[in-house]
Design a protein around this ligand. Structure first.
Ligand SMILES: Cc1ncc(COP(=O)(O)O)c(C=O)c1O
Length: 319
């Protein structure tokens, strides 16, 4: 490995801005956005990847002749592809058709090998299950290491010591309420651990998708990548948020588009879901001060969430 890699882009992970997004929300509530799109890979998953890779490298699992395989909805794929460049190992990323084209192109640009699954799992109809089945197969055939983001507890460390610690530092105190979109639940789990270990009274809200099976949800179709899950992840069994809110694709898309035009920040799909949930909580009078974590931004969603014809076809109604 070239020594300069260590001090390259990976060193720019974290210390993302916390900005005032109150004009995008009803009433007088103070809403802060933690903009994870400012990470070099464009998402919060840079932090998760960094923690998982540091752990696996220390354990001797990742080294220049190693091969790694991982399932991703996209953002972790970008983050791991960059880690693979720095670490000199080979990376294979299993994706499904919901992943944004721009994200796939970025993973490929970083030199990783893409393995798209063609069909959902025949038994459950779930794409994530199909992806994980292909990961198991590739692990065998390639002799690959699988860091398994769905059970890897390094994600908790990343968001406990990173995301949530920064929020408290930037704000000067622990917020009244924190809203975080969930998939593996690594982000919300790490934030929760920080809050509870420090005895803060921050209420932590997990923003899940309609159709996600996390937190006893009923399985259904999900068309947006990033938030929600079709399997109960190992991590989620340890995660107990104060409240779970389920947001439909239509609500997420509508809120994302509204946020772009009221605040100038163009969120990704899960950011739209978080914005919809936060607006509801404010309207219910649940909190006056909220920090919303925005896992990524809208750049990879310009052909979907922000495209009028896509919205008309997949969500219906005029936007
Ligand atoms: C855009 C986006 N939002 C939210 C999440 C959920 O984060 P976590 O897997 O830590 O629960 C992800 C994870 O892939 C994501 O990519």
């Amino acid at each position: 490995m070239h020594a300069s890699h260590q001090s390259g882009l990976l060193a720019a992970i974290g210390t993302t801005p916390l900005v005032d997004l109150s004009p995008g929300f009803p009433g007088e509530a103070q809403v802060w956005g933690k903009l994870e799109s400012f990470n070099p890979g464009g998402s919060a998953k840079d932090r998760t990847a960094r923690a998982m890779v540091a752990d696996a490298t220390a354990k001797g699992l990742l080294h220049p002749s190693a091969v790694a395989v991982e399932s991703s909805s996209g953002n972790l794929g970008i983050a791991l592809a960059r880690e693979a460049v720095a670490g000199g190992w080979e990376f294979h990323c299993v994706v499904d058709p919901r992943t944004n084209q721009a994200t796939l192109s970025m993973i490929a640009a970083l030199g990783a090998v893409l393995h798209p699954v063609a069909e959902p799992d025949p038994e459950t109809g779930d794409w994530l299950t199909a992806r994980r089945n292909l990961v198991a197969e590739l692990k065998e055939t390639l002799g690959a290491v699988n860091l398994d983001q769905y059970s890897n507890r390094a994600a908790f460390d990343a968001h406990d010591q990173g995301t949530m610690r920064e929020i408290v530092q930037q704000l000067g105190h622990a917020p009244e309420l924190l809203a975080v979109a969930v998939s593996t639940t690594g982000t919300v789990g790490g934030c929760l651990r920080h809050v509870r270990n420090h005895g803060y009274d921050t209420k932590v809200v997990a923003v899940d998708a309609e159709g996600s099976v996390l937190f006893d949800g009923a399985r259904g179709e999900r068309i947006l990548p990033g938030y929600g899950a079709g399997v109960v992840t190992d991590l989620s069994q340890e995660v107990h948020p104060d409240r779970v809110m389920r947001v439909s694709a239509a609500e997420a898309v509508h809120a994302a588009r509204g946020m772009a035009r009221t605040t100038g920040f163009v969120p990704g799909a899960s950011g739209g879901a978080v914005a919809a949930a936060v607006a509801q909580l404010i309207e219910q009078g649940v909190a006056d001060e909220v920090v919303a974590v925005f896992h990524d931004d809208g750049r990879a969603y310009l052909d979907t969430v922000y495209n009028d014809s896509w919205v008309k076809e997949h969500i219906g109604g005029a936007e």
